[in-house]
Design a protein around this ligand. Sequence first.
Ligand SMILES: [Zn+2]
Length: 243
Amino acid sequence: MPSDQIAISEELKSLIELQEIDTVIADLAKQKKRLPEIIEEAKQSLSASQADLSNVKALYDNLLKEKRDKERAIDEEDVKIEKHKSKTSEIKTNEAYQALLHEIEAAKKVKTEQEDALLVVLEKAEEIKKELTAKEQKAKEEEKKFSVEESRIKADFTKVENELNKLLKDRDEHCARIGKDLLKRYTQLFESKNGLVVAAVKNGNCLGCHMNIPPQTLTEVRKNSKIIQCFNCSRILYWKDAS
Ligand SMILES: [Zn+2]
């Protein structure tokens, strides 16, 4: 067998292997691209739990503010009551005295109302505090779970990346064995033919487009010694049964 025929056959073999490598590379690249999405998916439970916690926290903070407001209002009424009481000695008329008593009673009434309201707030705050503690606990658990999951995903990703780097080196070696023009043709076809550039011929058909290959071409393809393109889809053909 002339040496140039062996060379072409080797080239075809390299081309078939290059396509196999490129198929895996495309798949790994797709996986790599999905990493942020996968992490985001894994984070969903934690994000929901954090949002939940944040809502209850806001509710609790609101109640604390309400509590401070009520306490301040009670203090203000206390101050008023003390102020009114201190004036008792200065009172000259019975009328003024009655008016002062009335002021004191009014302040006491407001104070009682605020105290009742404060009790309601305190009760509610106690209830929400329990809920808050439970939500905090839940968020912590989710955080732990996510952290483990994230480490696992990142370890998987490192594996993908290592595999990808190995294949890219492998790819370079294969490319070096293929002629420049043929490699260019392959690269152009890889995009347009959806990754299937080198197609096997089986039962007389191109497995890329399933068209029947003319007998004369078939004879040539069977030799696996030349680069022959399908008349219909332009894919590079090879004979499947030959090793
Ligand atoms: Zn074809």
